[in-house]
Design a protein around this ligand. Structure first.
Ligand code: AGP
Length: 643
């Protein structure tokens, strides 16, 4: 949530910063801003709305400075407004900061700082940071003391001693001030700060929220996500948790805090393999559509190299066959779409290995002292690899002695780094806020894990594993077939685009697909949708049904198909407008459903991989008909880095 960028180099900073922000816009898009060093001053521009609003105002400001910072915001504290947009400036306007994260003790700090004479101009939690830096900087550079109130401090600044120059291996004064400021903070942060007293320097700090630095031919770049720097720099330094960095126009230095001193440290370098196609929509109208069509490729890539001599291989799990055999319980933690992939996996893991498996929303898991033992395998599923709740749950599980296995889409992400082993979903960068292809990557990865556990427990024989793997691989072709024929989906979309609410139903695997279908519809079309296990409908939700009420039923061939059919009839009898996702060759279902979307026959275990595709397309089509922004739905952000 929130994206930050910084640039210090030889080009005018403003366009570089705005380009970086555009690439990070998926992290938050309610307001944005930049601050640039212009001569001996800092100039800042903030705008509400999309980055394009900020970009439109740039020509009015004639900014030429070559060092600056920028921010795209997803509001937590304080409404989306220009006053609350970052960068935040110090009282004197000589220091500016951008922040991603949450400052939990901001209210206490604010009241202390206000008593010392600092003037706040926003309601954000982040603004305390710049005032804390201002105080610390005054002490370091202008010899004020902690007892001076703001007026005294400012008086002393009139006869200020110039800030020291940055020397190799020594932190700038700004970085020292930033380090002093962060020692007062409780919460999470990635911070970039600039000061008019130390031109060309961007001071950076990181705790929990990610921050990377890249060395380019034109200067140094900073960003909260590699996405902003792909194609810009060949590799990045991933700032470690608790580390600091001074970024100058053609070099940067990393520091760790040791007993309140900043000591030179090494950052971890990561190569950026950049495929320009990922960031282009190509022939597709939006990224969501493009990503839906990428799903057959995701299935193939995620499966590549996983079957060796009839056995599933996931060497990244870093558990021996014997250790796997000792696993007596699996707990999967995730949020949103990733949670729905986990619901599918529960059925597969229990079915194939008979190991009890629980699935829990990460935000609940972390606060309820769950029972986790060293023989529990905890699996954390996260597309972004930086969801705050999932990360906190991982940390909790590891403290309790469990091995944690991460499933993520983002190489080098916090989930990947903090887990004992990781499997990458090979979806490639997902740009649309609504997850589609990463759900498929998660389903395939979790299915591999379930096969591996079945194999380790001796419940799946080699021939069965091979047969199941081949059927799983076939879903790529089946997905392609679904994507070729979308006319029934479009017709269904037209018939309920003006509804106010919809009910998604299914049983077994279909219940999890219904959950994900309902989430997709809510996210992109703003139509209220609720998912219910079909058998539960008569225990309450059936009261919602009146003539024309949309009911979307996942009615693929499965052991509970007949039961789902009965539930569809119960809805139909009460006047529901039924859209059914059914298996090709099901000639009977047409008499109970107003619209039938046929998909190829697949084993029930793999049906979520194919059955979700029509529901993704349906949600997108309805959103399009309702005039919604497909790739950036209101109020959402791609990475949820706050609790
Ligand atoms: C999915 O369409 C949503 N954008 C959201 O529910 C998402 O799945 C959830 O926030 C979890 O994110 P993660 O997979 O990156 O952890």
């Amino acid at each position: 949530m929130c994206g930050i960028v910084g640039y210090s180099g030889s080009r005018p900073a403003a366009p570089v910063l705005v380009n970086g922000l555009k690439r990070l816009e998926y992290r938050g898009y309610d307001s944005s801003g930049i601050a640039v060093e212009e001569g001996a001053q800092l100039k800042s521009i903030c705008r509400t709305g999309r980055i394009s609003e900020l970009e439109r105002s740039l020509p009015d400001f004639h900014l030429t400075g070559s060092c600056g910072i920028g921010h795209t915001r997803w509001a937590t504290h304080g409404a989306p407004s220009e006053a609350n947009a970052h960068p935040h400036l110090s009282c004197e306007g000589d220091i500016a900061i951008v922040h991603n994260g949450i400052i939990e003790n901001h209210a206490e700090l604010r009241s202390v700082l206000e008593k010392r004479g600092h003037r706040f101009t926003s309601q954000t939690d982040s603004e305390v940071i710049v005032h804390l830096i201002e105080d610390a900087y005054a002490r370091l550079a202008f010899q004020t003391s902690e007892d001076d109130d703001m007026e005294d401090a400012l008086g002393k600044r009139e006869e200020r001693t110039p800030a020291s120059e940055v020397k190799a291996g020594e932190p700038s004064l700004l970085l020292q001030a930033l380090s002093m400021a962060t020692s007062m903070l409780i919460g999470s942060w990635a911070i970039c700060a600039i000061s008019s007293h130390e031109p060309g320097i961007i001071a950076c700090a990181r705790k929990e929220s990610p921050l990377v630095i890249g060395h380019g031919a034109d200067g140094e770049h900073v960003a909260s996500d590699v996405t902003a720097l792909q194609g810009v720099v060949p590799q990045v330094c991933v700032l470690g948790d608790g580390q600091f960095a001074d970024v100058a126009s053609h070099s940067f230095a990393v520091f760790s805090s040791v007993e309140e001193r900043l000591i030179s440290a090494k950052g971890e370098m990561m190569r950026l393999d950049w495929n320009a196609e990922v960031a282009e929509r190509g022939r597709f109208a939006d990224f969501m559509l493009k990503e839906i069509y990428e799903q057959p490729r995701v299935i193939r890539d995620t499966l590549e190299g996983r079957l060796n001599h009839g056995a599933i291989t996931i060497s990244e799990l870093s558990l021996t066959h014997e250790e796997l055999n000792l696993v007596d319980r699996v707990v999967i933690i995730a949020c949103g779409t990733s949670y729905h992939a986990a619901l599918v996996a529960k059925n597969l893991i229990e079915g194939w290995s008979r190991i009890p498996c629980e699935v829990e929303v990460a935000s609940e898991f972390r606060y309820r002292d769950p029972i986790i033992t060293p023989s529990t395998l905890v699996v954390a599923v996260s597309q972004s690899g930086e969801t705050a709740d999932t990360l906190a749950a991982i940390r909790d599980a590891r403290i309790k002695g469990a091995k944690v296995f991460g499933i993520t889409n983002v190489i080098g992400s916090p989930v990947a780094r903090e887990s004992d082993g990781v499997i990458y979903t090979k979806a490639n960068k997902e740009i649309a806020v609504a997850s589609t292809k990463s759900f498929t990557g998660q389903l395939v990865s979790l299915t591999l894990l379930a096969l591996l556990l079945g194999q380790a427990k001796g419940r799946l024989k080699q021939a069965q594993v091979r047969m199941l793997f081949n059927e799983l691989a076939n879903t790529a072709e089946q997905a392609e077939a679904i994507l070729k024929e979308a006319s029934a989906i479009d017709e269904a979309a037209v018939s309920f685009k003006d509804s106010r609410s919809a009910l998604f139903i299914g049983r077994g695997m279909g219940a999890a697909v219904a959950e994900e279908g309902a989430l997709k519809l809510k996210e992109v079309s703003y139509l209220h949708a609720e998912a219910y296990p079909a058998g539960e409908m008569k225990h309450g939700p059936i009261a919602l049904i009146e003539p024309g009420f949309p009911v979307i039923a996942v009615a693929t061939q499965s052991p509970t198909y007949d039961k789902v059919l009965s539930n569809i009839q119960e809805a139909k009898t009460r006047g529901a407008m039924v859209v059914a996702v059914a298996t090709e060759g099901d000639e009977g279902i047409g008499q109970f459903a107003d619209h039938v979307i046929f998909i190829p026959r697949v084993r029930d275990a793999f049906s979520p991989i194919t059955a979700i595709i029509p529901l993704q397309l349906l949600a997108r089509k309805i959103a399009l008909l309702r005039g919604c922004n497909i790739d950036q739905p209101r109020n959402l952000a791609k990475s949820v880095t706050v609790e």
